[in-house]
Design a protein around this ligand. Structure first.
Ligand code: SAM
Length: 300
């Protein structure tokens, strides 16, 4: 089969499931990955013969796309904040709104650095690191910072570790259930003496079971449920616990950043207020949804 015929086959077999532009993008990502051909090279070589080994790769990918498997899992990789990340079904596929969170953190820290010289030697903690996308992107942009990243999942930490190597950054990984009663004590063992974290970040599980009907099949069937869902009765469980961790483990002028459930912005703000946090700021993402919250332990 030629490249052009293969491209037509993708469009023919997927057009009832995906828009044309998405199919074109899937095809290009697969061709780039397997044959190392750019979009222009594909257009210039429509008659190029695809050999049988490559054909079986494309046929498998086509079947997986028909089963609504996310293209990132088919390829085993994705891009986040301009950096390459390995992804498997053990980790959540990093989302664009999380890139916005990283951007927001870096902007905030840059402003702080201008006010206070030693703010570049930060100690940061990412709770629920998954693929490591937040911790690794921050490490790449804050070369002097000490970065810790925690997750309950050993398999996720293994991927995050591979991603740290891929991106040539050093991260201190911690396996810990943040909901455990001894989480705070265990965390403090990773710091020396009176040392505290300057920044704690978390994008914890926040999707309520009642929101499942809004979630597409490719997410529900392929992404890890422990990374996504919380019980309807206690949707802020992780925020509650992580806020307690932050109260114990953040330095006096430290900052807590959360990615949040767009429907629970006010509830999250109230929770932080009740726990005594100050300067609470709720921010919308580019789609206009309340998606990020920032708070300090004490007024600055
Ligand atoms: C929404 S995902 C975020 C992943 C990644 N930080 C990102 O932004 O793409 C939540 C992460 O929290 C982890 N997690 C779930 N329950 C946890 C727990 N009890 N303690 C620590 N981490 C937990 C999951 O394994 C998952 O990696």
């Amino acid at each position: 089969m030629t490249l052009k015929e293969l491209q037509s086959k993708f469009h023919l077999e997927l057009n009832s499931m995906y828009p044309d532009e998405e199919i074109a993008s899937f095809f290009q990502l697969l061709v780039q990955d397997r044959l190392q051909l750019t979009r222009v090279e594909v257009a210039l070589q429509p008659g190029l013969k695809v050999n049988s080994r490559d054909m079986s790769f494309f046929s498998n990918a086509l079947t997986e796309l028909q089963q609504e498997k996310p293209i990132q899992y088919i390829l085993g990789k994705t891009e986040f904040y301009g950096l390459p990340f390995k992804v498997t079904s053990d980790v959540l596929i990093p989302r664009p709104e999380t890139e916005e969170l990283v951007d927001r953190i870096l902007t905030e820290l840059k402003e702080k650095r201008q006010r206070k010289k030693d703010w570049s030697q930060l100690t940061l903690l990412d709770i629920g690191t998954g693929s490591g996308c937040i911790a690794i992107s921050l490490a790449k942009h804050l070369p002097n910072a000490s970065i810790y990243a925690l997750d309950v999942s050993e398999k996720a930490l293994d991927i995050a570790n591979q991603n740290a190597k891929l991106n040539k950054v050093s991260i201190n990984f911690i396996q810990q259930d943040i909901l455990d009663s001894d989480a705070i004590t265990n965390l403090s063992k990773h710091l020396s003496g009176e040392q505290k974290f300057d920044v704690i970040i978390s994008n914890p599980p926040y999707v309520r079971e009642l929101e499942k009907h809004e979630i597409s099949k490719n997410v529900l069937e392929y992404e890890p449920h422990t990374a996504l869902f919380v019980k309807d009765e206690n949707p802020l469980l992780f925020y509650d616990k992580i806020a307690d961790v932050a109260k114990e483990q953040l330095s006096k002028d430290g900052i807590l950043f959360f990615e949040i459930n767009q429907y629970l912005g006010e509830d999250t703000r109230n929770l932080l207020k009740e726990k005594g946090f100050e300067n609470i700021e709720l921010t919308k993402d580019l789609s206009g949804n309340e998606r990020m919250i920032k708070a300090n332990i004490s007024a600055q």
